[in-house]
Ligand binder design. Structure first.
Ligand code: CP
Ligand code: NVA
Length: 299
């Protein structure tokens, strides 16, 4: 399989068939299958925001695939000191085989993709986190299976938005509850509808959890939103994934991490057998390794 797309900026840059094949490949690589195609490849990794999982999973993944990853933090390169993004993109594209970028504005990752003459992978923007979705779908496959019903309870930004579209592509039934002022971009539901999903968002966590196999949440205060912490904490009252909310269900729980214990999720839930979060985190690397060989590796 090679992918029709040159870049992976959001989950629906691949087709449902390609997504299915990527998840098959990820499972095989997790089981030990190797691929020699990235033997001398370098991945440039631009980070405007902090990261544990994305940085370490991509860097370790490239090492395991025989290639090399280069961390480019905001203080390390001229981008953080005024060099335009499009100039950075054009120069990086002359050296590296692929760029993975974690940025604030989604438009910036599109600029990178336009100007870099190599594949560009979105490692999280304010709007999307498609690499997380790959890992999430692999985790759901491994546990409840793709006939799952998943309830998204929490903020309607990057992780949730990519997940709703990806779940639709995988045939997973997804329900969404967010506070009224922190809903997903309506275009997300149109994109999900293009894959046959009929998602009507609500503001009622209990309603979406009823009968769900998996409850998925994310932080309430995303990176860069620290200045609106007070108003967001107030708006998310009632959205915490805790023992009360889960009472009467045997749903498993997903979280992209990092978790803010005591805000969107409680310590006891995160430490319980319900939590799939460590498998999700591990699966970042396996899912991304499959993506890397198919996007950067050629025939
Ligand atoms: N889930 C995720 O992207 O984690 P990091 O912010 O640690 O990369
Ligand atoms: N929504 C979170 C996800 C972190 C992986 C954020 O943007 O900070």
């Amino acid at each position: 399989m090679t992918l029709a797309t040159d870049d992976f900026l959001d989950i629906d840059d691949v087709t449902p068939a390609e997504l299915d094949a990527l998840l098959d490949r990820a499972a095989a690589m997790k089981a030990g299958e190797t691929d020699p195609r990235l033997g001398d490849a370098t991945l440039g990794m631009i980070f405007e925001k902090p990261s544990t999982r994305t940085r370490v999973s991509f860097e370790t993944g490239m090492t395991r695939l025989g290639g090399h990853a280069m961390f480019l933090g905001p203080d390390d390169i001229q981008l953080g000191h005024g060099e335009p993004l499009k100039d950075t993109a054009r120069v990086l594209g002359r050296y590296v085989d692929g760029v993975m970028a974690r940025l604030f504005d989604h438009e910036d990752v599109e600029v990178l993709a336009e100007y870099a003459d190599c594949p560009v992978i979105n490692g999280l923007t304010d709007e999307a986190h498609p690499c997380q979705t790959l890992a999430d779908l692999l985790t759901i496959r491994e546990t409840v299976g793709e006939d799952a019903t998943v309830a998204w309870v929490g903020d309607g930004n990057n992780v949730g938005q990519s997940f709703v579209v990806g779940a639709a592509m995988a045939g997973i039934d997804v329900r969404v509850a967010t506070p009224a002022d922190y809903g997903m971009d309506p275009a997300v539901f149109d994109r999900a509808a293009a894959f046959g999903a009929d998602v009507t968002p609500t503001t009622d966590p209990e309603a979406v959890i009823d009968g769900a196999d998996v409850v998925y949440t994310d932080v309430w205060i995303s990176m860069g939103q620290e200045d609106v912490r007070g108003e967001k904490l107030a708006a998310f009252d009632g959205f915490q994934v805790n023992a009360d909310l889960l009472a009467g269900t045997d749903a498993t729980v997903m979280h992209c991490l990092p978790a803010h214990r005591g805000e969107e999720i409680t310590d006891d839930v995160l430490e319980s057998d319900r939590a799939l979060v460590w498998d999700q985190a591990e699966n970042r690397m396996h899912a991304q390794n499959a993506l890397l060989v198919e996007l950067l590796g050629g025939e």
